[in-house]
Ligand binder design. Structure first.
Ligand code: NOJ
Length: 465
């Protein structure tokens, strides 16, 4: 059967996050986040070793960008215009995140009324325009003061997070009906505690497991709290899922693929849906099992509560191969496909594979594609940048996969293109453009790219060509 039609109630829209889009990093009472500090580090303004636990950072920074999330992002002052654009696009949803340090500048203490006021205005404006807000509590921007107090690995972290979640649910829960606790836990834990490329720049497996575990406990506490408040919405988490296929068609590599998927996606999704870490992985990888915090299963059992849906961020698919020398006994091999000029090599069929995998593995769980986007390195020629055929092809091909998944019975409820307008990238500053709207990072001028016009047709008709 031909013809690609999305269901009428399908949520289709765009996404962005607080630290990547708002700007105004030190305004109206907001305290610095780890991403603000980190950006300064990139720009060479923070002395090496200033961050707690940073160790030797030589060779780990990219001192070649002066980019700061504060300069070049304009959502805080111009949210109304951004939302007007969303309304003109015809999208029925927008995924955003809240800035913890705008809402509770000390991380744990007093609430900042100006922070609440800002998000109230944004949420009200979205609703006035018929746009359903999908709100992430946390997208990588921990208040710096909380990192200084021990951060994710602290025993206190789950309590801090629950406290923050309570403030948000009480303030916005009457109008926000789709919540996510964390965005891409696996990325900020891996980068922050294993590869040493995100704050707190750690490179220690045991600490990584501890921080990861405490974030899962924090997630449970927020989900528990949300359910106990009977606000009538749904709560889930956004996890990153890169596709994995075997480098060679043999038993070893097929096993390597299974472990890679469990490691990057199951590690987070399984405790959130089933209350345990992937058992087979723990059995087959003694080095991983040996690094686990004490009493981890008891702590999971005490707090486990099933979340309502899974948010999937999908960008790439890679190969994996068996590698005896790695704790996982598997190693990723890039690149699977070829797309000259694009930062993340797109492979649309990988999205269908993932959707079917998650559907089968997690028994028909409700799914949202919370991110999927085409990154083109910065071109300062506005005319050229606004003509973006690669992005149009990207959107069409990925949405076709969504339609196929829907036809196959996958419980897919929404798709969010990443991102709404060009913004800040944690490791690349303004050197990458994902947006449907082109942004002049100096003046704030915005121009719709051709892809936004194209996407608008899809949003309005729910037809994919
Ligand atoms: C996923 C992250 O959630 C988002 O913050 C980032 O901009 C995109 N990946 C692209 O790198």
């Amino acid at each position: 059967m031909f013809g690609f039609k999305l269901p009428e109630d399908f949520l289709i829209g765009t996404a962005n996050s607080a630290f990547q889009s708002e700007g105004a990093a030190d305004r109206d009472g907001k305290s610095p986040t780890i991403m603000d500090t980190y950006a300064e580090l990139y720009a060479g303004k923070v002395p090496v070793g200033r961050l707690p636990g940073a160790g030797d950072q030589s060779g780990r920074t990219k001192p070649n960008t002066e980019d700061l999330p504060d300069r070049g992002c304009f959502f805080y002052d111009h949210y109304e215009e951004y939302i007007e654009d969303m309304a003109k696009t015809g999208q029925n949803t927008f995924r955003m995140s809240l800035s913890w340090s705008r809402i509770i500048p000390t991380g744990v203490g007093e609430v900042n009324p100006k922070g609440i006021e800002f998000y109230n205005k944004v949420i009200d404006k979205l609703l006035e325009k018929g746009i359903t807000p999908f709100v992430d509590l946390y997208h990588w921007d921990l208040p710096q003061c909380l990192l200084d107090m021990g951060g994710f690995a602290s025993e206190k972290f789950p309590e801090w997070f629950e406290n923050y979640a309570r403030v948000c649910f009480e303030a916005f829960g009457d109008r926000v009906k789709l919540w996510s606790t964390f965005n891409e836990l696996q990325i900020f834990i891996k980068n922050g505690f294993l590869s040493g490329t995100f704050p707190p720049f750690g490179m220690d497996r045991k600490n990584a497991f501890l921080a990861a575990h405490r974030c899962i406990l924090a997630h449970y506490r927020a989900v528990r709290l949300y359910k106990s408040m009977n606000l009538g919405g749904k709560i889930g988490a956004v996890n990153c899922f890169s596709g994995v296929t075997p480098l060679h068609m043999n038993e070893e590599d097929i096993g390597a693929v299974a472990r890679s998927i469990e490691n990057q996606f199951g590690w987070w999704t399984e405790p959130m849906l089933e209350g345990k870490y992937p058992q087979q992985l723990l059995r087959e990888c003694p080095e991983i099992a040996g690094g686990m915090p004490e009493n981890y299963q008891k702590e999971l059992d005490e707090l486990f509560i099933r979340m309502d849906f899974v948010g999937i961020n999908y960008y790439v698919t890679n190969h994996a191969t068996y590698d005896e020398s790695k704790p996982l006994k598997a190693r990723g091999v890039r690149n699977f496909y070829s797309a000259p000029g694009q930062m993340f090599v797109p492979y649309p069929p990988g999205l269908l594979d993932i959707l079917q995998y998650v559907h089968n593995r997690y028994h028909g769980v409700e799914i949202y594609i919370t991110e999927n986007g085409c990154a083109i390195p910065n071109i300062n020629d506005r005319e050229k940048e606004c003509d973006d055929p690669e992005r149009i092809t990207y959107i069409r091909e990925h949405l076709r996969m969504c339609v196929r998944a829907l036809r196959a019975g996958v419980n897919l409820k929404g798709y969010y293109y990443w991102n709404d307008a060009d913004s800040y990238e944690a490791q690349d500053g303004y050197r990458l453009r994902f947006g449907l709207t082109w942004v002049d990072h100096k003046t704030g001028e915005r121009v719709w790219k051709k892809s936004r016009h194209y996407y608008s047709e899809i949003c309005k008709t729910h037809m994919v060509d």
